[in-house]
Design a protein around this ligand. Structure first.
Ligand SMILES: *Cc1c(COP(=O)(O)O)cnc(C)c1O
Length: 383
């Protein structure tokens, strides 16, 4: 079935069930929001949504385009986690997607967008009770407690929230914040969670309502789950990659990234390999040319950075530079290596494994960056 694929990822559906169970065990009765933005971190959005549909209660995506594609497939509530552009508002409202809002002005604009003529004609006070949430725009109210990209600043949060709740056409679905250093600075994170907790307590006391609260993402659900609130936003953990190394063995990576040997050649000592001639063979070598390169998302930064891949269950070093469509590895020690062989760029083969974090560390980046950049021509094969 994958016989003619030059570069592909195999996505193990059962891994999602396993990883969702790990999160479920740590968050009690809270709802789970699966973050499947950026093509489900490169895994294939619709396939992942399908695999997780029974285990999660909401989905989170980055933007309207992703939300509309997902809307065709699932009935779950969908939250867009990035800001909505003004021209996207009408479509967000029409499709019942929950936008994340960062100011009173944005809420007001949504309130106007959602003000359908039939709602307008209702007598004062009649719209909320009669129409339920059907005629209102549900929004996720975001508070900036340190991530500095979105949200109402902390000191104004209660006041802005009060004004937004009074808008006739807005229904506050949830109140949330996001953590900038949950896998880097525990002290800051604990202080941030305490500050957010105080704001939530004030909101609950001063502006009661049926809104839900969420803050924990993957690292939060693993290491800071004392107060999960009503929703937890699980991202990378569901794909089986831990943001905190001490939890990795609980998880099952969903993705195995594969390519093939396209050629095998015997080259003499002193031969140069790939652009830039950065690798010169120190002895006669048997080298394999693989049918994948940086256009498939394999980081070019892994050139001459100690990267390895698996052939017949054994590690083989990358030689010279990663190029657009090809790269070259040393197979001198794999006697039976053959043209057409599967090569694992990331994941398991036999007893050997190249974990995502090995690639990200060697490339000087983070695991999220490795999987989300896997290219468009790489087939997603669900198994
Ligand atoms: C992407 C994102 C997440 C998921 O983060 P992980 O670390 O992958 O769990 C959660 N919340 C928001 C707001 C996000 O943008």
């Amino acid at each position: 079935m994958t016989q003619n694929h030059r570069c592909w990822v195999e996505i193990d559906r059962s891994a999602f069930h396993h990883n969702a169970k790990i999160v479920r065990d740590r968050i009690g009765k809270a709802e789970m929001l699966a973050v499947i933005k950026a093509n489900a971190y490169g895994h294939g959005m619709l396939g992942v949504a399908e695999a997780l549909a029974k285990e999660v209660q909401l989905f989170g995506v980055a933007n309207l385009e992703e939300a509309l594609a997902l809307r065709e497939k699932v009935n779950h509530p969908i939250i867009t986690l990035s800001p909505t552009l003004p021209d996207e508002r009408a479509s967000v409202v029409a499709s019942g997607i929950i936008p994340t809002i960062s100011s009173f002005e944005e809420a007001e604009a949504f309130s106007r967008t959602g003000h359908h003529p039939h709602v307008n004609s209702l007598p004062e006070g009649g719209e909320g009770s009669a129409g339920g949430t059907g005629s209102k725009v549900s929004v996720n109210f975001k508070i900036d407690t340190g991530n500095g990209r979105m949200g109402v600043v902390e000191s104004e949060a209660v006041d802005v929230f009060r004004r937004i709740s009074a808008l006739s056409n807005i229904d506050i679905h949830s109140v949330s914040t996001h953590m900038p250093v949950s896998n880097e600075d525990e002290k800051y994170t604990r202080d941030q969670l305490a500050r957010f907790g105080e704001i939530v307590d004030r909101l609950r006391a001063e502006v009661p309502g049926k809104y839900k609260v969420h803050v924990l993402q993957s690292a939060g659900s693993l290491a800071f789950n004392e107060r999960p609130y009503e929703i937890v936003r699980a991202g990378i953990v569901l794909y089986g990659i831990s943001p905190l190394p001490e939890f990795q063995n609980l998880l099952k990576p969903a993705m195995t990234w594969k390519t093939r040997i396209g050629l095998i050649r015997d080259v003499p000592k002193g031969a140069s390999i790939s652009y830039g001639r950065t690798f010169i063979t120190p002895k006669p070598m048997r080298v394999a040319t693989l049918t994948a390169g940086y256009a498939d998302g394999y980081p070019r930064h892994l050139s001459n950075a100690g990267a390895e891949m698996l052939v017949r269950g054994q590690r083989c070093p990358l030689l010279g530079r990663v190029t657009m469509d090809l790269m070259v590895i040393d197979v001198s020690h794999i006697g039976d290596a053959a043209i057409g062989d599967e090569v694992v760029l990331m994941g398991r083969q036999g007893d050997a494994e190249i974990p995502c974090v090995e690639l990200s560390d060697k490339a000087g980046t983070i695991t999220w960056d490795i999987t989300t950049r896997i290219g468009q021509r790489v087939k997603r094969v669900f198994v």
